[in-house]
Design a protein around this ligand. Structure first.
Ligand code: DGY
Length: 321
């Protein structure tokens, strides 16, 4: 039997692609253009693909998954997020699913801290002043941000990334509180305070950071009501997914000062995000670079390779969805 035929929808780091070629007949996308559903289906059919290795730019909705050829037995995503995949539709067809949750943890947590520090020290505003030649004499009363130390950081979701953020934030003197459906055991909780409701977490926290997957419950849950639970001058961080946020509500809260600042790495409709954010001096914005380090992108690739190789060797997939 030949090597399994793998459709790779986007370019990956060279090393990862080289390692993929050793194990698979790789049907790649050297131009790296984002493929639409029709193109993914056409490629899978034309090459009688055994597997798809996709990224968050590939929208595999139920119609796309239903139209894949019967040869496709596994879909692996080069991400921890799975909101671009209709998991139920894949399961219905008996297609195995895998992802790369472990590899992204540290880089994403670093990015959350980058956003948190940049937001509370108003880095974007002051960098703009400097770049525009508006650097006046030092003074004691302008350009003031806020200390993270001593403040409560409310983490929504305390999985791998939430816990990695907690670890970092504690080193900055922050007090860690969290909400998720189930309380963690003490070892994993590591001194953090559990809240059994979002309302309780939000009415307690000065900083809030999202570390939740997008599900029907979390889609758009950052809205006018949940934001109103925060104290005036709170700081909001999002490295999870933009579709958990109602942009109108978040922008209104940043305009009114209800939120002092936000640090955002993810947006609704990336990359065609809501450009009203660009006019907000108190929003520190990054273009979804949470996992963008050389080391992380290679680790993500290797975890995907391990998933795919295990599947075709009929062994347990290390990171099944
Ligand atoms: C993920 O893994 O889901 C990140 O958002 C992108 O790498």
């Amino acid at each position: 039997m030949g090597k399994p035929r793998l459709i790779l929808t986007r370019r990956l780091p060279q090393l990862v692609e080289a390692e993929l070629r050793l194990a698979f007949t790789l049907l790649d996308n050297p131009e790296d253009q984002v493929l639409d559903s029709a193109e993914i289906i056409a490629r899978a059919r034309a090459h009688r693909a055994d597997a798809l290795l996709v990224t968050l730019t590939d929208r595999l909705d139920a119609r796309t998954i239903d139209a894949l050829p019967a040869s496709v037995r596994i879909i692996c995503t080069y991400s921890v997020g799975t909101n671009h995949l209709d998991l139920a539709a894949a399961r219905q067809r008996g297609i195995a699913l895998a992802y790369a949750p472990q590899a992204v943890t540290e880089a994403t947590a670093d990015t959350a801290m980058l956003l948190l520090l940049a937001a509370c020290r108003r880095a974007h505003e002051f960098q703009a002043q400097l770049r525009q030649g508006r650097w006046g004499a030092w003074n004691a009363w302008e350009n003031l941000g806020w200390d993270p130390g001593g403040q409560i950081l409310g983490l929504v979701g305390m999985g791998r990334i939430g816990r990695a953020v907690a670890h970092r934030a504690k080193a900055f003197g922050m007090k860690i509180h969290y909400f998720q459906r189930n309380r963690l055991e003490a070892g994993l909780e590591d001194g953090a305070t559990y809240h059994s409701s979002l309302h309780s977490l939000f009415t307690t926290s000065r900083f809030v950071s999202l570390h939740t997957p997008t599900t029907p419950e979390t889609k758009g849950f950052i809205d006018a009501q949940t934001l109103s639970w925060l104290e005036d001058g709170a700081i909001f961080i999002n490295t999870a997914r933009g579709d958990q946020v109602d942009d109108d509500a978040l922008i209104a809260a940043l305009r009114s000062g209800k939120l002092a600042a936000a640090g955002l790495d993810v947006f609704n409709n990336e990359p065609a995000f809501d450009h009203r954010y660009l006019d907000l001096p108190n929003a520190y914005l990054l273009p979804h670079i949470g996992t963008s380090t050389e080391q992380t992108r290679i680790r993500m690739g290797r975890d995907c390779i391990d998933n795919l190789c295990a599947f075709f060797a009929e062994k347990p997939i290390p990171w099944p969805i």
